[in-house]
Ligand binder design. Structure first.
Ligand code: TRP
Length: 341
């Protein structure tokens, strides 16, 4: 069978507090480019995934709205893209149940994210945390999405999504779910900690100086870049010479990501110059790029009703796509339902 599925991009981000420059350069900026290319794009705030680990309800609500504001401020147009929070579309949880019955214990037991998040005390991890990847497969497959842009750390979950689609199609002798293509972010867009160039920039790092938050104002951004860890050498003229200089390489990558050019272009411009010159240039660029996003997020967060309205509208459009796919799934599996006439 030739490819019966048309290109539809789906991705999700957990609203578990705080968007960083890493989310922006690694995910949001790409999401916007894909949307602007005219591709059909569905972006989901995965609140049901967030609660696989206990969340303070008020903080979860705030983080969900703030994440929505971040998407919009970064350039996601809620008319052209579908932007919504997962829990408003019941098809996700419903399809996840069916996938819980397709996925095998052995498959889920091998998931490294589960092992990392559950830690030593696995007996005490929630069942939801264990089943997390089946819900993620449902997020994607409820829309027959074909392409899923994610970070390197989600590769294993996408392979599981493929395995679930293949096993479902095989077990029920159908060609129903697409086998999705992972679109893994390149190393160049992976933003590392400003304190340790070997660790990913993370909202959960105890040091706020390790990251730039999209909620940081101009002073905070400049200050963090000025204090970022580096080395005493000037910038080299080849990328190879940065292999052993994780912090320097990270700042060059950040500059390239923000300027929309390649790291080689950045070196062509700054080779031979020290961080005394490069850091202020980077700080100016970061402030110029991020301040408008910050301002727009702040403005949007003053109108929570408007954000909720946008999310509800996105959820209604998402439901319209997912509902018939879920109904067909029920039909395939043999779950009785009254046919629509
Ligand atoms: N597990 C993803 C992460 O932690 C978030 C996610 C949930 C997701 N559902 C998804 C990503 C579907 C892509 C597609 O980053």
């Amino acid at each position: 069978m030739s490819d019966p599925f048309r290109t539809r991009v789906f991705s999700g981000i957990q609203p578990s507090g705080g968007l960083t420059l890493g989310n922006y350069l690694g995910a949001l900026q790409r999401f916007v480019t894909t949307q602007d290319d005219g591709t059909e794009t569905i972006y989901c705030l995965v609140d049901l995934h967030a609660i696989t680990i206990w969340q303070d309800p008020a903080k979860l609500r705030h983080a969900t709205r703030e994440l929505a504001a971040g998407f919009i401020a970064a350039g996601i147009d809620p008319q052209r893209s579908i932007l919504f929070n997962q829990s408003q579309v019941p098809a996700h949880a419903e399809l996840a149940w069916i996938f819980n019955c397709v996925a095998r214990m052995g498959w889920l037991s091998r998931m490294t994210q589960f092992k990392d998040k559950a830690g030593k005390n696995r007996e005490n991890a929630s069942v939801g945390l264990f089943a997390y990847p089946a819900l993620m497969a449902a997020d994607i497959l409820a829309y027959h999405a074909t392409h899923v842009p994610v970070g390197e750390d989600q590769k294993q979950h996408l392979e599981l999504t493929r395995d679930i689609a293949i096993k479902f199609n095989h077990d029920y002798e159908v060609e129903f779910f697409p086998v999705v293509e992972p679109v893994i972010e390149g190393a160049a867009t992976r933003v590392m900690s400003l304190r340790d160039g070997t660790k990913k920039m993370s909202k959960s790092d105890p040091s706020d100086m390790s990251r730039i938050n999209l909620t940081d104002d101009a002073d905070a951004i400049s200050n963090k870049i000025r204090k970022a860890r580096t080395d005493p050498e000037p910038l080299p003229d080849t990328l190879d010479a940065l292999t052993e200089r994780a912090e320097a390489r990270n700042l060059v990558n950040i500059y390239a990501g923000l300027a929309g050019c390649s790291p080689a272009d950045v070196l062509a411009q700054f080779a031979g110059q020290g961080f005394g010159t490069f850091k202020p240039a980077l700080a100016d660029l970061a402030v110029a790029r991020l301040a408008p996003i910050n301002t727009e997020m702040t403005r949007l967060m003053q109108d929570v009703d408007e954000i909720d309205r946008i999310l509800a509208d996105g959820a209604a459009r998402a439901r319209a796509i997912a509902a018939p796919i879920l109904a067909q799934t029920h039909e395939i599996v043999g779950l009785v339902q009254r046919r629509e006439v």
